[in-house]
Design a protein around this ligand. Sequence first.
Ligand code: GDP
Ligand code: MG
Length: 157
Amino acid sequence: MSHHDERTFVMVKPDGVQRNLTGEVITRLEERGLKLVAAKFMQIDEDLAQQHYGEHEDKPFFDDLVEFITSGPVMAMVWEGADATRQVRRMMGATDPAEAAPGTIRGDYGLDLSQNVIHGSDHEDEGANEREIELFFDEDELVDYARADEPWVYEDE
Ligand code: GDP
Ligand code: MG
């Protein structure tokens, strides 16, 4: 594979699942040209939540964040494509949906900072994508395949 094999971790959060936005999120990423390589519908336990959000453990909202992310099922996924980590973040929009641009996932579907529909690895945190993928998936759960439209997404395919 070439320059478009970057992988990123994406999750539809409990609010997104409850609001029936799982399909919408998948559709947006799919239609952009990103490739789904793994997915797991699951409920996160407290231990995994604390590890996943470890960087925020000293923040005042940490306990609420762990409680929220463990409060219902999530759709955990790995998506692959050129510049995937940064491109997914652009599609997500700003952390606070009240500030996220219309057209972004958070800007179109959220109004509340803590219930902001989607998580995506931070491209400004070096290696966060690989760390988060490893935390949620075993290597053999990542599927290696060609998408039929790849030559129409990437000029060099
Ligand atoms: P993200 O990378 O855009 O998701 O944002 P952060 O890494 O800064 O924060 C992680 C998650 O914690 C966010 O997506 C929000 O769900 C939540 N969060 C961030 N800041 C706050 C806050 O000030 N209050 C509350 N209640 N939740 C927050
Ligand atoms: Mg973050």
